[in-house]
Design a protein around this ligand. Structure first.
Ligand code: NAD
Length: 365
């Protein structure tokens, strides 16, 4: 059953959608498979709304709605800044990715994605792997991040990690005068898909790596490959460090963490790192922490997905495009400095400018 919630029954939901200016929010429920999901389409000015699906155990349903609304909005800005012809969308499936997955849950989800006729294109996010994508792809063509054997680009995480690495190097150049990460104390929070690929890249540069995760097996997998120091999840913010790389969930840059963080740079993959965009981006600036805007530097994954959507997948082109994150980040820091604004605001302006230009172009015919 697909429910578009009636206005009179759910004013608060509409208020939330209005606050972030969403075009469409779709609630998906399938009793047989236990599917409970929300698809949020934020803005389709630049193209079909694209963004991954997250599977997570939310404490309350309201948290899932809040998450999908914020994540889809972030996708609009991410796709705009990355120069992609894609709008912003995202989906969340409520459930435990370690316990609640099944083939038919994802097939059912695929049907809901298909019902939107291409207005939303899905892919992987937290809790979703290429096997799940395969099941979704049995029901819809509006899915990306497909396995290589299906002609897709596979897991986008390695390219996301590469983009984060580019953003981190551009940040190091700005702060230290050179882009080397050799010997830098870097805390990677989240040893999942992106976090572990990021560690691979940082290890090649002989960075001094600290990792934290809530799952022991993930930490062990990385520790078996690289010389890293494992720290407890709640010790992350107090760890003396040069660079904090949030690669778990959002809102970790907040009043509490900013009191405790001693880093010079924040540069990681997680979406919506700032708990409050204005306050916490300003606080970073006041504290002399260079914040690499998340939606700019973590765009490698969606860039990879884009090259799967628009043509036969081409990894080389996706990598070249992702490498540009270094130059865009560098220019963005110059703009932020010249205009005396925080780095998040500078990235937002860049995104909104492209969207406005497209709206203007659409008025011409
Ligand atoms: P993932 O699920 O593979 O990894 C996330 C990891 O964070 C997991 O190992 C989880 O156990 C850990 N974690 C959760 N809470 C934690 C906590 N409090 N402390 C420490 N670790 C914790 O997800 P991923 O694909 O690696 O994505 C990581 C982040 O990057 C997410 O915010 C995601 O939205 C964002 N992102 C991912 C991609 C991509 O290509 N996968 C692209 C853009 C953005």
């Amino acid at each position: 059953m697909q429910t578009v919630v009636k206005e009179q029954q759910a004013l608060s939901i509409f208020d939330q959608a209005a606050q972030y200016e969403h075009e469409q929010v779709v609630f998906c429920h399938d009793k047989a498979t236990g599917l409970r999901a929300i698809i949020a389409i934020h803005d389709t000015t630049l193209g079909p709304a694209a963004g991954g699906t997250r599977m997570w155990t939310y404490a309350q349903e309201a948290d899932a709605l809040h998450d999908v609304l914020r994540l889809s909005r972030g996708m609009t800005f991410k796709n705009a800044v990355a120069g992609l012809n894609l709008g912003g969308g995202k989906a969340v499936i409520l459930g435990d990715a370690r316990k609640d997955k099944s083939e038919f849950l994802f097939r059912a989800f695929g049907k809901y994605v298909d019902s939107l006729g291409g207005r939303y294109i899905t892919a992987e996010d937290v809790g979703i792997n290429t096997r799940d994508i395969e099941h979704i792809a049995t029901q819809t063509q509006h899915v990306s991040g497909k396995p290589e054997m299906m002609g897709g680009g596979g897991d986008p995480s390695p390219i996301t990690a590469y983009g984060v690495y580019m953003g981190m190097k551009a940040s190091a150049k700005k702060v230290y005068g050179n882009e080397s990460l050799n010997g830098k104390r870097i805390v990677v929070q989240g040893a999942g898909h992106v976090g572990s690929y990021l560690v691979d890249l940082l290890a090649k540069e002989n960075a001094n790596i600290y990792i934290a995760d809530i799952y022991e097996d993930r930490l062990q997998a990385i520790a078996a490959k690289h010389k890293v120091t494992v720290i407890a999840p709640d010790a992350v913010y107090d760890q003396p460090m040069d660079i904090y790389a949030p690669c778990a969930l959002g809102a970790t840059i907040n009043d509490d963490s900013l009191e405790r963080l001693s880093c010079a740079i924040i540069s990681g993959a997680a979406n919506n790192q700032l708990q409050d965009e204005r306050t916490h981006a300003d606080k970073c600036r006041q504290k002399g922490i260079l914040y690499a805007p998340d939606f700019l530097i973590n765009s490698g994954g969606i860039i990879n997905v884009y090259y799967e959507i628009i043509q036969q997948y081409n990894r080389e082109r996706a990598m070249q495009h992702t490498e540009q994150i270094y130059d865009i980040t560098t220019k963005l820091y110059q703009t932020a400095e010249a205009e005396s604004i925080n780095t998040h605001e500078a990235a937002l302006r860049l995104a909104l400018q492209r969207i406005e230009q497209m709206k203007n172009l659409k008025r011409l015919y």
